[in-house]
Write a protein that binds this ligand. Structure first.
Ligand code: AKG
Ligand code: FE2
Length: 202
């Protein structure tokens, strides 16, 4: 199928032990602008605490979880109950599913209010994601640097600028062998919305 060819023709950003592919113009600019505005206003953004080394701290960003009823999702000591899909989130999910020929059950939404909001080094390797999860990550708004580094050889790093309307696919063994982060930026940046589509297994 044409789309499979296109999907795999994009170069792998990782040198080994996983696959990460970047599609800078997944959405047309006008569509990306509209989705940014709509998600900014309509999603149920909240600042939630997480537990790190037994201490509760507020996450340096806002989040919201949408997905299938009765399938909660948790990370870093918090458990989130999904809200039902909105038409816009469902439309984005369908577009990604048609492009990738994969299926997703949930979307974790992240809202970075400015350059001071961030996400630290982590792997998306919760058991409910299964062995080699495929994660589809789309970006709207301010472009931000996204970093990958090998989990045991931490000097091996890759950077990619996640731009407005882009799609990043993380697949294969990437969540075993690579961690990723969205560092703070000292630039004066507007808001950025990131949607990470995931498939939870029952
Ligand atoms: O904002 C991003 O691009 C990264 C989000 C992420 O890694 C996550 O939600 O697990
Ligand atoms: Fe992640």
């Amino acid at each position: 199928m044409q789309q499979d060819l296109f999907l795999n023709s994009q170069e792998n950003l990782l040198p080994f032990q996983g696959e990460v592919r970047f599609y800078p113009h997944f959405f047309e600019d006008t569509q990306a602008d509209e989705l940014m505005r709509s998600f900014q206003e309509s999603l149920a953004w909240r600042q939630e605490p997480i537990r790190i080394f037994g201490r509760e701290i507020m996450q340096p960003r806002l989040t919201a979880l949408y997905g299938e009823a009765g399938m909660p999702y948790g990370y870093s000591g918090i458990q989130m109950t999904p809200l039902p899909w909105t038409p816009e989130l469902m439309a984005v999910k369908t577009k990604i599913e048609e492009f990738t020929q994969l299926r997703f059950t949930h979307v974790l939404c992240n809202y970075y209010r400015n350059g001071q909001d961030s996400m630290g080094w982590h792997r998306d390797n919760e058991q409910v994601l299964g062995q080699n999860p495929s994660i589809a990550s789309v970006t709207f708004g301010a472009p931000r640097k996204f970093q990958l580094r090998h989990y045991t050889q931490k000097s091996i790093k890759r950077d990619v600028l996640l731009s407005h309307g882009s799609l990043l696919m993380m697949q294969g063994e990437s969540q075993h062998f690579w961690e990723h982060q969205l560092p703070k930026s000292s630039k004066i940046l507007g808001p950025r919305i990131n949607l990470t589509f995931r498939k939870l297994i029952r």
